[in-house]
Write a new protein. Structure first.
Length: 362
């Protein structure tokens, strides 16, 4: 499932350092604006203890985790919506992503300049959100103008469509992103082809000093994130990059010294996964244990198609058991004896944590 999270933010806030730690992709890092010109893409596995436990139970040759794709996008500056900096190229790259991870700087380093002259995470959020809102206003304004012209010329009626666009314009004019609007499913569908930047789910990653890596996010940043319709998590991009050079035992000791239970990147991966409204279902056996990605509300037929089109084309039924029930029972045979395995049809709504075996005929 090709879903991506775009890493955005002002220049020199640590986006590329974070991206390299996330994906080991080796993107260029530098103390000057626009080190990243063309977007870099990498894939991050989503940590899931359930997958590890299934692998321990079945002992297959390989265990494959679910993944999230991250795209490192060039730094934005004030006036991007008017073409400043990389302007439209930057905004175009964001439109191609399914969600936005906004990196803001909360670390102090005199050797790393800040384009706004000083460290202020809330201000940085406001700068980026404003540019995205202005770009959305322009896009919606153009659509509204065309729609009203069509109505006048063809004497057609599109009262609901015009009303929706006016509501979006009013909401953006008040300084609020589209993601905070109360919209019906039909209204969201009507706006989809506009690819609005502020309609995308938002995760704010607060790049903190090493000494503050175990701290919670400051209240004012949490409040600002909530007002933007998103959530915020603290990560030290520097620490995460240093962890990559350590083996597992050294990594555990390093995290313990910092008072951390897990790397910050694990939190980022899980937060991004949930940001995209994804769930995990599993296939498990002696040959392979694998975590698969599915949209919330996806059916057994959708899950089958995720694995292979033949599974969906010849779908007969899905044999489903909750992962915890399988782990507790210790085998498929024991689960069946306990009456905890279910036979489900193509319209069954898959739940997070389902272990599924598909019966199909092609």
């Amino acid at each position: 499932m090709a879903l991506s999270v775009g890493i955005v933010g002002l220049p020199n806030v640590g986006k590329s350092t974070l991206f390299n730690a996330l994906t080991r992709a080796g993107a260029a890092v530098g103390n000057y604006p626009f080190t990243t010109i063309e977007p870099n893409t990498g894939i991050l596995p989503v940590p899931d203890a359930r997958l590890d436990r299934l692998a321990a139970l079945f002992a297959p040759p390989r265990a494959i985790p679910a993944t999230v794709t991250f795209t490192d996008i060039a730094g934005l500056v004030r006036g991007a919506s008017r073409g400043e900096g990389l302007g439209n190229r930057f905004l175009g790259h964001i439109r191609e992503c399914d969600a936005t991870a906004l990196v803001v700087r909360a670390f102090n380093d005199p050797d790393v300049s800040h384009v706004e002259g000083g460290v202020d995470p809330c201000r940085d959020i406001d700068v980026v959100e404003l540019e995205l809102q202005l770009a959305d206003l322009e896009a919606v304004g153009r659509r509204l103008e065309r729609t009203e012209k069509t109505v006048r010329l063809q004497k057609a009626k599109d009262v609901e469509g015009i009303d929706l666009l006016h509501r979006v314009v009013s909401h953006l004019d008040s300084g609020k992103p589209v993601r905070t609007m109360r919209l019906s499913s039909a209204e969201r569908l009507a706006l989809r082809d506009l690819w609005l930047l502020t309609a995308k789910p938002l995760l704010i990653i607060v790049n903190v000093d090493e000494a503050r890596s175990g701290d919670s996010v400051a209240t004012e940043i949490l409040e600002r994130a909530a007002a933007a319709g998103g959530e915020a998590i603290p990560v030290s991009a520097l620490i995460e990059s240093e962890l990559l050079d350590l083996d597992l035992s050294e990594r555990a000791a390093f995290l313990l010294d910092l008072g951390l239970d897990e790397p910050g990147l694990d939190r980022v991966a899980r937060a991004a996964y949930h940001l995209l409204r994804l769930i995990t279902f599993f296939t498990a056996g002696e040959k392979e244990v694998r975590a698969w990605t599915l949209h919330e509300g996806g059916t057994a037929l959708d899950a089958a198609a995720t694995i292979h089109t033949d599974f969906a084309t010849g779908f007969i039924r899905a044999e489903v058991v909750d992962v915890e029930a399988l782990l507790s029972a210790g085998s498929y045979a024991a689960v069946r004896d306990q009456g905890k395995q279910r036979l489900e049809g193509r319209d069954y709504i898959v739940r997070d944590g389902d272990v599924v075996h598909f019966r199909f005929n092609v």
